[in-house]
Write a protein that binds this ligand. Sequence first.
Ligand code: HAM
Length: 432
Amino acid sequence: MSFFKTVRGMRDILPEEAKIMRYIEEKARKTARLYGYKEIITPVVESYELVAAKAGEEVRARMYAFEDLGGRKVALRPEFTASVARLVATTMRNEPKPLRLFCVGSLYRYDEPQKGRFREFWQSNFELMGSEKPEADAEALLLTNTLMMAVGLKNYTFKIGHVGVLRGILRLEGLEEETQNRVMQLMDKKQHEEALGIVKEAGASDKCLKTLQRLVGLRGSNIASILEEMEKLVREYEAAAEAVKNLEEILRLVKESGEKLDITIDAGFARGLEYYTGVIFEVYTPELDIALAGGGRYDKLVELFGGEPTPAVGVAHGIDRIMLAMQEQKTSLTTKEEKRVMVIPVNEGLINEALKISEMLRNEGIAVETEVMRRRVTKALEDADRRGISHVIIVGERELKEGTVILRDMQKKEQKEVRIKELAEKLNLSSA
Ligand code: HAM
């Protein structure tokens, strides 16, 4: 029989990386607690129509979609936002607003596998439902900054734009929503020429084309001057001008929060997902050219799913990519190294005693691995050393009669006889 491999695009995550991913998840949970987001757990399998509705062509075409045995068209979730909006439109519709919801889990997209792009990946996802105000948008940016700081990343930047600017112009020029979506998809992929081609074909004015052309090239980190330039460019498009004002307010609040976010405004920035109606943003580090996080405002999705009109803003952080960025930056985890103890019986007749001592210590909250290979003590000690065990307990016949065992400190390479009753206390006092 030939050896099985993982399916293309799927990965096994081994202990070293699983540890980092759980660490990021733990920091995301802490961020959720700090900002008052309650966790929900939604299903991996959703109705195809729900997740496809506003996913945008790019994501829609890459969905793991299939018919279940009951003949329902379903899909593995490609993101969380549609599921959270479904919940808020239905079961949670009467929950008082604002409603802050957090989730974490795996998502599935049939992307071309490459560095940082997987077919199964993980996100921590935050949605703030019920506020249309700029302070809600500022919160999505600030909590993302909190998480990036908490995992120890450096030199990350926020790329920020506003969907209302481009859409405001296209709407006033009479472009159908469908055509707008195609333009935004191309903009997202930075195919600006093609995007402008569609706008032209749709019969937009020369003034519109010129404005779009200038917007597309307008980006930078001098926030005041970029905003001023944007304002000038869109003056005659009311909705777009309002969008610029909104962006200005959000960025003012972020600045006045006292946190120093490194921000680049990109006037021609678009994101693939189609539900966005306001500010949009992504996070980058210099080492990777893919986004670590992405989010924005989507005021119409809950309503589209049959709920009350509910303005909303949210963000998802790509856990796999944050891990990659941490590895690139050689970020070290700030968790305390746990003490790890190994219990070795000197012969087969003492296995039961080794198990008993192991259980006793675990009941005291100490992490214990019992020797289960029946190796000679020297061999087992070599293995303990190789695996970074901090203390070894050797259970021997003679000592046992005295109610004692040998406690060996693997780092100091010292050992002494310790009363079994005092083991937990001694271990708790020693360093890892
Ligand atoms: P998104 O930009 O599609 O937004 O994904 C957010 C993050 O998930 C990305 O920035 C990236 O870090 C990670 N990600 C996406 N695709 C992959 C992949 N194939 N492999 C590895 N990581 C990936 C959303 O999903 C929206 N639901 C965010 C949102 C929440 N907007 C409002 N609320």
